[in-house]
Write a protein that binds this ligand. Structure first.
Ligand SMILES: C[S@@+](CC[C@H](N)C(=O)[O-])C[C@H]1O[C@@H](n2cnc3c(N)ncnc32)[C@H](O)[C@@H]1O
Length: 232
């Protein structure tokens, strides 16, 4: 992968593993949070349901990669539907929290949590790959590169989210650039849907893949677009 990818991945690891691990632990729990964070939490709950609705109801016998799993909520839901889940995150701290949150009963499903890079080919191949809000900090070329690698690892589908380039997000992005703070999270990089589709269509490695279902979730400051990539 490119130098920009490795540099960005390092910033993201520092942020989620150290700077914001506690905040992220709280946001992804049932603990009370302030109004704005509550809208983000509600939006993220809706997005998780949306991505899970793109998958078959019965995941028994399926290998699923939760790419950038964070504290593991999606991995748990997929395992409850029977999936054999590999849940990978670059933050060992979040992987530790995710392991503690696994309920006793997962039915026929299983989860293997791993701290590392979601693009590592050592995890093997999967029926489905889900990347919820874990590609949103990367530039368009790096996101296309990551999707290319993930499609190579998937037999039938890659389901991911991106921050759509809306006027509101463009403004927030501009404000964030104008007033940088040292403790700020790695910036979310919004992408115009047309640019993303153009990038995907130009990649010769993605010739067998086409964009399937898509759905937007907007809830307060949380604006995210679910996108399915299916093998033709
Ligand atoms: C916004 S959080 C979302 C976490 C989880 N998917 C969720 O929705 O709750 C993004 C996550 O992606 C992880 N991440 C980003 N780039 C990664 C990479 N290259 N490999 C593994 N994890 C990565 C981060 O560490 C972080 O936990």
């Amino acid at each position: 992968m490119s130098d920009t990818y490795l540099e960005r991945r390092g910033e993201i690891e520092t942020y989620f593993d150290k700077t914001a691990a506690h905040t992220w632990q709280k946001l992804t729990s049932d603990a009370p949070v302030s109004g704005i964070r509550a809208t983000v939490r509600a939006g993220r709950d809706r997005m998780r349901s949306t991505l899970l609705s793109f998958l078959p109801d019965d995941l028994r016998g399926c290998r699923l990669l939760d790419a950038g799993c964070g504290t593991g909520a999606l991995a748990v839901e997929a395992a409850k539907r029977g999936a054999d889940v590999t849940a990978v995150d670059i933050s060992p701290t979040l992987i530790g929290i995710a392991k503690e949150r696994v309920p006793d009963k997962l039915g026929q499903g299983r989860i293997h949590f791993m701290a590392g890079d979601m693009l590592d080919t050592k995890y093997g191949t999967f029926d489905h790959i889900v990347a919820m809000d874990s590609l949103i900090h990367y530039s368009l070329p790096d996101m296309i590169g990551m999707l290319t690698r993930l499609t190579e690892m998937s037999r039938s589908g890659v389901h991911f989210t991106y921050a759509p380039r809306t006027p509101v997000l463009a403004t927030l992005h501009f404000i964030g650039k104008a007033f940088p703070r040292s403790d700020r999270s790695p910036r979310i990089v919004p992408h115009a849907t047309a640019s993303l589709y153009k990038g995907l269509s130009r990649s010769e490695h993605l010739a067998d893949w086409w964009p399937g279902r898509t759905a937007r979730v907007s809830s307060g400051f949380y604006i995210s677009q679910a996108q399915e990539l299916k093998r033709t």
